[in-house]
Design a binder for this molecule. Structure first.
Ligand SMILES: [Zn+2]
Ligand SMILES: [Zn+2]
Length: 141
């Protein structure tokens, strides 16, 4: 599934006539590295991506993430600390439980939240990102 996300991201780039440079490929791969790539800051993604692409610069990672976000391949998450975190956009969406103590981010699937979506409003919802702040299990104890 992780590999599929990379391929989908790559295809989307090509569809929009963007070249699949080694740098873009490395950033996509870093974002999908199991357990490591999700909800990472630019600097964290840079460190992971550089392992596969040594000539990668931080400025390129910034530009690549900006492009991938614009193309809806990646989604950006800005939390309380004001730092942007990135992850591959998935379908269906998912939302986040964020621990205020240790910063751990857990995910919950969209179908659990569908009942809270605004109903009977004349507004066509294309995407939603809901954050719940609190204490994770180990911090609550
Ligand atoms: Zn915690
Ligand atoms: Zn997430």
């Amino acid at each position: 599934m992780v590999e599929r996300a990379v391929v989908q991201g790559e295809n989307k780039l090509l569809e929009k006539n963007y070249r699949l440079t080694p740098q873009r490929k490395a950033v996509l791969q870093a974002l999908t590295q199991a357990g490591k790539g999700a909800h990472c800051t630019v600097e964290e993604i840079y460190l992971i991506a550089r392992e596969n692409c040594s000539q990668l610069g931080l400025a390129t990672v910034y530009r690549t993430l900006e492009l991938l976000t614009r193309l809806s391949i990646v989604q950006c998450l800005v939390l309380e600390d004001g730092r942007a975190r990135y992850e591959i956009k998935r379908n269906p969406e998912h939302h986040h439980l964020i621990c205020l103590e240790c910063g751990r981010i857990q995910e919950i699937e969209d179908d659990q939240l569908l009942p809270v979506y605004p109903q009977n409003v004349s507004f066509h919802i294309l995407s939603a990102s809901i954050h719940f702040f609190g204490l994770c299990r180990s911090c609550a104890n």
